[in-house]
Design a protein around this ligand. Sequence first.
Ligand code: HEC
Length: 114
Amino acid sequence: MKKWFFWILAIGLLFAVNAGWQHLAVADCTDTYENFGKAFMEQYCTRCHASTKTGFARFGAPAGYDFDKPEGIAKEKKEILEWTVEKKKMPPVGKKPTDAELSKLTSWLNCEYP
Ligand code: HEC
């Protein structure tokens, strides 16, 4: 094998590894309930899903699905991801979360409640 060919391979490999690391850095667990989740839930969910709300004030949100406390969120992590990120059914009315917010929601839930 010619020497220059080896060097091109080596440099290419370095770039590839570097890109891989950058990808991992994005998935870093920097989003928490305190710095992201609380505000997200208050903006999009707790109007209906809150332990302080009963009856008509829940606008039909099922009992027990309360996202005004971290425990309530942790308990329903899988369903929150399914209904909000996958099916995009929640919130059912009003402004929907942006794609950027949905990806933050996913990484936060997976990081804080693995
Ligand atoms: C305007 C009121 C309202 C808002 C805001 C809202 N929901 Fe809901 N949610 C509902 C209603 C009503 C249902 C029942 C829907 C159904 O069964 O088809 C529901 C059902 C759900 C369920 C499924 C519960 C089950 O029976 O399995 C989940 C999970 C959920 N919501 C999560 C969220 C999340 C997360 C947010 C914020 C991103 C949110 N919701 C915002 C009203 C709301």
